[in-house]
Design a protein around this ligand. Structure first.
Ligand SMILES: CC(=O)Nc1cnc2ccccc2c1
Length: 446
């Protein structure tokens, strides 16, 4: 006997009298475009991933926080031409407020830090795992939601902050079996860009826009990049110089160009020497082309990439020393990263590293006698009181059905409540892997 077969959905004409509402036609059982359900198996994998995010965050002494998925649109209105702005999932609510489903977590963090003000001592080390949203034309068939793990350090101006954050991501990768052969971190600093542009008279507002345009390198043709850079008032000399610096892959080369006195080279050298101390030098490399696509980064930026080059960036982050002040808060330094739930799963699939996350139930309890349904509930409650998982069979089912369900839920033991045993205060315990069966006194059951 299979488990109860699902009756087809009846329409309103023949539906039983207790039908609560009248279904004129079948609802669409799929989730909205670009969004996902998490049925049990997918949910177990997601829980495994988030458990590792949490364990690492706590290993580093970070505290968990969360924010509303709905925020004021104002948090995300930045004029640097970011993709995240074009794809804002925003609307006007019934109170005529402009609101948005958060596309990222960092602005919420900044808002909460300012709200808390002096009541939260620095440095703040917070982490969050939250669903983020974007609205883009489904032509690209991309998802409209994903979950992001964020870790942020507020109040630490030195690159020790970034070094600590990268260490936490390396720790995470190691925990799930990813090595420096599988992934690496490209590291640079927006101060490289700043120091190049300072050689040319470039308006301050062009800096963030130039970063967003450069982040599109490799995604749109170089001609388009140059055109857009011209449009934000970069001279062709500045553009040539910039593109030459952005192709640099060694700090030595960069130092030759910028000199050793600037902050960009000094901070990068400091970060690479700290990496030695943390023991993750083999995971990182300087790559001047990394700028990241968020306008608020001001210093070190980094991104995790798969060395086979098949996947999009796994994670990314950096320093954002001005974000809090742009929200009207004090001038507090900050750095952080975001780590999405999608690319990492693709990588684990590629590397055959997905974990076995089967369902495990200790006991399945049932009675074969309809009059003993209550007794079965008593046995289940007794076991649960001892911290044992119990799947209690809630209807009178044939034994064949019970065995089938027991196998599906991977139950270790089958506890049978039979009339003759029960009258002697006993139940029947069957170890399903061996078939071994014995009677146990209810009081000794554990
Ligand atoms: C690979 C993937 O799913 N990316 C993704 C999916 N949804 C998002 C939603 C908001 C912001 C960024 C997002 C990024």
């Amino acid at each position: 006997a299979t488990e109860t077969p699902r009756a087809g959905r009846s329409n309103s004409v023949s539906s039983p009298p207790n039908q609560a509402v009248d279904y004129a036609q079948k609802i669409d059982v799929n989730p909205p475009k670009g969004t996902r359900d998490f049925p049990p198996e997918e949910m177990r994998l997601r829980n495994w991933l988030f458990h590792n995010f949490r364990e690492v965050s706590e290993l580093f002494g970070f505290e968990e926080v969360d924010y509303p998925v709905l925020e004021s649109e104002a948090l995300y209105i930045r004029k640097a031409g970011e993709e995240i702005r074009d794809q804002l999932y925003c609307f006007e609510d019934k109170g005529n407020r402009r609101v948005a489903l958060r596309p990222e977590l960092t602005p919420s963090l900044a808002r909460l830090v300012i709200q808390k003000g002096k009541s939260v001592p620095l440095p703040i080390k917070w982490f969050a795992i939250g669903q983020c949203w974007r609205y883009e034309r489904m032509t690209r068939g991309r998802r409209r939601e994903h979950y992001q793990w964020n870790m942020d350090i507020i109040g630490v101006p030195d690159v020790t902050g970034e070094a600590e954050l990268i260490s936490s991501i390396v720790t995470f990768f190691k925990r799930i079996g990813i090595t420096a052969k599988d992934v690496g971190f490209k590291i640079s600093s927006r101060k490289v860009l700043q120091e190049v542009l300072s050689l040319y008279s470039v308006p301050e507002t062009s800096f963030a826009k130039a970063c967003i345009i450069i982040d599109k390198m490799g995604k749109i043709p170089m001609e388009e990049i140059k055109k857009e850079l011209k449009a934000v008032e970069l001279s062709s000399d500045a553009i040539e110089d910039l593109l030459q610096v952005l192709s640099m892959k060694s700090l030595t080369e960069l130092e030759e160009k910028l000199g050793g006195a600037g902050e960009a080279v000094r901070e990068l050298k400091q970060l690479f020497s700290l990496a030695e101390k943390f023991g993750y030098s083999e995971w990182i490399q300087f790559d001047a082309s990394v700028v990241r696509g968020l306008a608020y980064y001001t210093g070190i930026v980094f991104e995790g990439f798969d060395r086979e080059g098949k996947l999009r960036a796994i994670c990314g982050g950096g320093r954002y020393d001005r974000l809090l002040s742009t929200f009207g808060g004090d001038d507090i330094p900050a750095c952080g990263f975001g780590f999405g739930d999608a690319v990492i799963i693709e990588l684990l699939k590629e590397r055959q590293l997905l974990p076995e996350v089967s369902v495990e139930v200790e006991n399945i309890v049932c009675s074969l006698d309809p009059d003993l349904q209550g007794s079965a509930a008593t046995v289940a409650t007794l076991l649960r009181g001892k911290g044992q998982c119990v799947d209690l069979v809630l209807e009178n089912k044939p034994l064949k059905w019970v065995f089938k369900r027991a196998a599906r839920i991977n139950a270790r033991r089958l506890i049978l409540v039979g009339r003759s045993e029960w009258e002697r205060g006993m139940v029947n315990v069957k170890i399903l892997s061996t078939g071994e069966q014995h009677e146990v006194n209810l009081d000794d059951l554990q």
